[in-house]
Design a binder for this molecule. Structure first.
Ligand code: ZN
Length: 219
């Protein structure tokens, strides 16, 4: 939703801290016919993630995460799964702020999955055979398509086995558990994942995501 909250900037605003960034709130609003912006009547804070924003780097990452929602989610449509994912990831980041860059990778993968832009990591993109993480190497091209050993050509590169397994775990692991697994990944494999996500997101949005640089530099 996009809306206006009259008087929100006043010192004694009736909205209190309800409209601070990164807050989980209940919102009361009304729509005015012909206007794109709703009029916000009341905002009550349920949980603030604001205290997570301890350093400018963390704020930049959080802004990037929120921007992804704005870019990916169609306006004015309830997205229950997306909402739960975002809430779980922010809660995980509060619990383990040191893991926020790994949580970001998990968040990006989920954002791609929920919007239908995550490639099928389970089957070869050519022969459709099931790819089994422990059985043989998996190959990836710059478009994010996976192939088995028999189907790869020179545009495909072998994917780090641990990274492949980690991506396969994403749909079934909660954010903190997955991020702890991600922590064990080699630096090299993690930077591969940053690159894969960025390229998939850029293809999905048909533009560079806003705030991407802050995340790319890492913390
Ligand atoms: Zn194949």
């Amino acid at each position: 939703m996009r809306g206006v909250a009259r008087g929100a900037r006043r010192l004694k605003s009736r909205f209190g801290a309800g409209l601070e960034p990164f807050s989980l709130i209940t919102l009361e609003y009304f729509e005015i016919e012909g206007r794109e912006l709703v009029s916000i009547r009341r905002a009550e804070i349920l949980k603030s993630f604001f205290n997570l924003a301890t350093t400018p780097d963390v704020v930049a990452i959080m802004e990037y995460l929120v921007q992804l929602v704005i870019d990916f989610a169609p306006p004015q449509q309830p997205e229950e799964k997306l909402f739960r994912m975002v809430r779980a990831c922010f809660a995980a980041a509060i619990a383990e702020p040191a893991l926020i860059s790994h949580i970001t990778l998990y968040y990006e993968l989920w954002m791609l999955k929920l919007s239908g832009f995550l490639p099928d990591f389970k089957t070869c993109g050519r022969c459709q055979h099931k790819l089994i993480p422990s059985a043989m190497p998996v190959y990836l091209n710059f478009e994010g398509i996976l192939r088995c050993k028999g189907c790869k050509n020179e545009s495909f590169q072998v994917m780090n086995g641990d990274l492949y397994k980690l991506i396969r775990w994403m749909p079934v692991k909660p954010p903190l558990e997955w991020s702890n697994m991600c922590e064990k990944l080699s630096e090299h494999a993690r930077s591969d994942l940053i690159r894969i996500n960025r390229s998939l997101i850029t293809r999905a949005l048909e533009k560079e995501p806003r705030g991407r640089t802050a995340h790319a530099s890492g913390i």
